[in-house]
Design a protein around this ligand. Structure first.
Ligand code: TYD
Length: 211
């Protein structure tokens, strides 16, 4: 069986984790060994970098430092976890990946989407997601859902206009790369969203294969 690589994207509070759990169960039933990862994180080194990036005390962090740290965490995850899993034919689902950098650093921080993809090219090598699910929700609604959380991290503490740029950025990328990025209305019910994701996965990975 060929490995499959799916990434889940969306603003904070868009419900990515719930949908990843459901997608995992669905792909398990299909007979896949599953690897779930989150970004930034997923390896000891990447989790250590995550703590530096998201620490609200580091108010002085430059935007370029932020971009490079996310890319460094990603390089380690790709090298240590994602590439080997795909080689073994596993299904890899990643909670955030390169599109998070494209929208948060490229558009939100204003570093430019092209710069972000260029730098991340070094982190990714040949590893590219086959399908990117975009949980589309207004920034305000996502943050409202997040407020139930105890502590907000350095990114979540950004003002609402930053998060609005992030959502617009995702919509822009979804328009540019419709063959890879699948947008879903994240205000629908959990079950409705899951069934839309399942039909997209069926169409992209399992059509004409008789399973
Ligand atoms: P995440 O783990 O999804 O946060 P949470 O679990 O609290 O929803 O992501 C942490 C934050 O990092 C999130 O605000 C998005 C941001 N981020 C970037 O800015 N660039 C990136 O490349 C990635 C992967 C995440």
């Amino acid at each position: 069986m060929e490995g499959i690589f799916i990434t889940m994207e969306g603003p904070d509070g868009s419900g990515k984790t719930t949908q990843i759990d459901l997608l995992e169960k669905y792909l398990e039933k299909k007979g896949y060994d599953i690897v779930i990862s989150r970004e930034p994180g997923g390896t000891a080194i990447s989790e250590a970098i995550r703590k530096v990036i998201l620490n609200p005390e580091y108010k002085e962090m430059s935007h370029m430092t932020e971009l490079l740290l996310y890319a460094a965490a990603r390089a380690q995850l790709v090298n240590q976890v994602i590439a080997p899993a795909l080689l073994e034919g596993k299904a890899v689902i990643c909670d955030r990946f390169v599109e998070s950098s494209a929208v948060y650093q490229g558009i939100g921080r204003g570093l430019g989407v092209e710069t972000v993809y260029e730098i991340n090219g070094y982190a990714l090598g040949e590893v590219k997601p086959k399908l990117t699910i975009f949980m589309d929700i207004e920034a305000k609604e996502g943050l409202r859902r997040k407020r139930n959380q105890m502590e907000l991290d350095r990114m979540e503490l950004e003002d609402i206009s930053f998060h609005e740029r992030v959502v617009k950025g995702y919509r822009h990328l979804a328009g540019l790369y419709p063959e890879r990025i699948f947008p879903v209305d994240a205000t629908l019910s959990i079950e409705e969203i899951h069934s839309m994701i399942v039909s997209e996965v069926e169409k992209r990975f399992f059509a004409n294969r008789g399973n």
